[in-house]
Design a binder for this molecule. Structure first.
Ligand code: DGL
Length: 272
C-alpha cells in the first residue's frame, strides 16, 4: 500500500492537493514539485514527457499505486503516452490520471452561451487538449484559448500580486475577451492560476464564471476510487501528507504556504 501521488512542475498542484484533502481527507498523499525545472509551460513535448515520466517513476518507487498529474501541461503533453506506452510494461497494476479530462467533461454544462474561454500555459494551448476534449463532450461549444506565458513565473516568484504582475494578467484576460465577448465561462487551465481567481473575478464582466479545477478533480477522484476498488485498496488511509521538491526545501516550504493551508516540511528529491 502507499500514498496517492500528486505531481506538478512546481507549486500549482498544491491547489489541487488542497481540494483532494478537503474531499478525501482519509487518504495519504505524497506531493512532488519539480520546482528546479519549472516552468514546464514553454518546454517541448519531449522534455515535458521525459520529466513527467521521471516524476511518476519516483512516486511509484516511493510506493504510490495511483498518481495524479496535477499539472495541465503534463496532462496535455505526457499523460496519454505514459498511460498507453509506459504503464503496460513499467507498472501494469498502477494508474496515472490527469486534470484535463475531468474538467472538460463538465464545462459545456456550466456555460449557457456555449462559449468557453481557456487560460493556460503555452504548452497546454498548443496541444489543443481543451479544444479536443470539450469537443468530445460538448460539440456545440466554441472554445477560445489564451496562452499566458508570464503567469507561472510570476506566481512561482510571488510577483503576481504586485502592480506590474497584475498588468500582465489583466492584459491576457482582455486579449481573450476581445477574441470573443460572448464567453461566459472561463476555465483556469493551469493549476497555478487559482491563486489569481479573485483578482480575475474582479476584472471580468459579472456574468463570466471563473472555474478552478480543484473541486472538479476531487469529485472525479472520489468517483474513480469508488469505481476501482482494486486501486483504492492500495491507497493508505492515515491522513498523512508528505512533500518532495527538486529545489531547495526551505524555499519550497516558505512559498508553498501561498497554496497550501498548513505547515509544509518538504524533503529534497533528485529526478533523473
Ligand atoms: N501547474 C502547471 C499547469 O497546470 C504549470 C505548468 C508550468 O510549469 O508552466 O500547467
Amino acid at each position: 500500500m502507499g500514498p496517492i501521488g500528486v505531481f506538478d512542475s512546481g507549486y500549482g498542484g498544491l491547489t489541487i492537493l488542497a481540494e483532494l484533502r478537503e474531499k478525501l481527507p482519509e487518504y495519504d498523499y505524497l506531493y512532488l514539485g519539480d520546482n528546479a525545472r519549472a516552468p514546464y509551460g514553454t518546454r517541448s513535448f519531449d522534455v515535458v514527457y521525459e520529466f513527467t515520466l521521471q516524476a511518476v517513476q519516483e512516486l511509484f518507487d516511493r510506493g504510490c499505486h495511483l498518481v495524479i498529474l496535477a499539472c495541465n501541461t503534463a496532462s496535455a503533453k505526457a499523460l496519454r503516452t505514459i498511460q498507453q506506452k509506459d504503464l503496460p510494461t513499467l507498472a501494469p497494476n498502477k494508474r496515472v490520471l490527469g486534470v484535463i479530462r475531468p474538467s472538460t467533461e463538465i464545462l459545456g454544462s456550466i456555460s449557457q452561451s456555449k462559449r468557453i474561454g481557456v487560460l493556460a500555459t503555452q504548452g497546454t494551448v498548443a496541444s489543443d487538449s481543451y479544444v479536443i476534449e470539450i469537443g468530445k463532450f460538448s460539440p456545440e461549444a466554441t472554445v477560445v484559448q489564451q496562452a499566458c506565458p508570464m503567469w507561472v513565473p510570476l506566481i512561482e516568484n510571488n510577483e503576481h500580486d504586485k502592480d506590474a504582475g497584475r498588468e500582465f494578467i489583466r492584459k491576457d484576460i482582455e486579449t481573450l475577451l476581445e477574441k470573443d465577448d460572448q464567453i461566459d465561462t472561463l476555465v483556469l487551465g493551469c493549476t497555478h492560476y487559482p491563486v489569481l481567481k479573485s483578482f480575475i473575478e474582479s476584472i471580468v464582466p459579472r456574468n463570466v464564471k471563473v472555474i478552478a479545477q480543484g473541486k472538479i478533480v476531487a469529485e472525479s477522484l472520489a468517483d474513480y476510487l469508488n469505481r476501482h476498488p482494486e486501486i483504492e485498496a492500495n491507497c493508505l488511509k492515515n491522513g498523512v501528507v508528505s512533500y518532495l521538491t527538486s529545489e531547495n526545501t526551505q524555499e519550497f516550504d516558505q512559498n508553498a504556504s501561498i497554496f497550501a493551508k498548513d505547515d509544509v516540511r518538504s524533503s529534497h528529491v533528485s529526478l533523473h
